[in-house]
Design a protein around this ligand. Structure first.
Ligand SMILES: Nc1ncnc2c1ncn2[C@@H]1O[C@H](COP(=O)(O)OP(=O)(O)OP(=O)(O)O)[C@@H](O)[C@H]1O
Ligand SMILES: [Mg+2]
Length: 267
């Protein structure tokens, strides 16, 4: 078992925003987390990478590769992040340093976690630019974030997240800020890279069709709780919880072909 979350509870003061959440993730497995805005999806993923705000109080257990993460210090979590656990966020622009050429930003985790020298790390960064499908990778690596399109920036975000070959990639609404055609390309890219790397994936989205194409299991969250956790196929075919049924009906009414399009494994 790569990741085991048990009774994860996050509070802000008296507000319980993640409520007794438990799930498992095997090596190479993909879990989707779906639910409406405010359901607690982002806080659940931030808890796993140790980036909850200081004002949050957290209880429960998060065991990654046999180690309890909630007992780790900030310094120890820094050694895991960008190394064994990679992450991509919704808005790549805010996740990137505006003042640093993107090649250097990709090189950073390689220097920190792999102890690579700048020259070697920059060469590797250029290779990673090519790997995430950026044209003219040498030129791309010399760009600043504002010189790139949204889709290109998210590719850079992926290159940073995957630089050290993490066993787990956490993607929180990685394509929500992109327009539909670019969204599809980036999803395909994530799908392909995760497959090649053999990494596990936690994929967070409020968009059921997207989650269904990307993952084999889905946790449906509402009001901080997981109300249903099922194989993606079973969830689509026979959702048990009322709220899951609602999500599927909504997805079907906005896209007639959704149930066919969103079959996991298709592409
Ligand atoms: N720093 C914070 N202080 C207080 N409350 C917070 C803080 N961050 C998040 N919350 C609250 O916690 C709840 C869950 O937030 P979270 O960001 O996990 O939702 P989400 O499911 O990711 O929603 P979205 O789909 O909009 O991204 C929300 O009600 C939110 O208002
Ligand atoms: Mg969120």
């Amino acid at each position: 078992m790569l990741l085991q979350v048990r009774g994860l509870t996050v509070r802000f003061g008296d507000d319980v925003v993640v409520d007794d959440v438990s799930f498992d993730l095997d090596s190479g497995q993909r879990l989707g987390i779906i639910g409406e805005s405010g359901a607690g999806k982002t806080l659940t993923s931030l808890a796993v990478i140790g980036l909850l705000p200081d004002t949050a109080s957290v209880q429960g257990s998060i065991v990654f590769d046999g180690v309890e993460l909630l007992e780790k210090t900030d310094a120890e979590m820094t050694l895991l992040r960008g190394n064994r656990i990679g992450m991509v966020f919704q808005e790549p622009l805010t996740a990137l340093n505006p003042l640093m050429r993107v090649g250097r930003q990709i090189a950073q985790p390689l220097r920190i976690h792999r102890g690579m020298r700048m020259k070697a790390a920059l060469d590797r960064a250029t290779e990673l630019c090519a790997r995430v499908g950026l044209p003219d990778p040498e030129r791309m690596a010399r760009m600043f974030p504002h010189q790139l399109s949204g889709g290109q920036r998210q590719r850079i975000g992926l290159a940073i997240a995957l630089a050290c070959g993490p066993s787990l990639l956490i993607a929180d609404e990685p394509t929500s800020a992109l327009d539909v055609t670019v969204q599809e390309e980036v999803l395909k890219l994530i799908d392909g890279l995760v497959k090649q790397e053999g990494s596990s994936l936690v994929f967070v989205s409020h968009d059921l069709p997207v989650v269904a194409t990307m993952t084999e299991r889905v946790a449906v969250m509402r009001g901080g709780k997981i109300v249903e956790l099922a194989d993606t196929r079973d969830l689509l075919d026979s959702p048990r919880h009322e709220y899951s049924q609602l999500l599927i009906r909504a997805a079907n009414s906005s896209d007639d072909d959704f149930l066919n399009l969103a079959r996991p494994g298709k592409t």
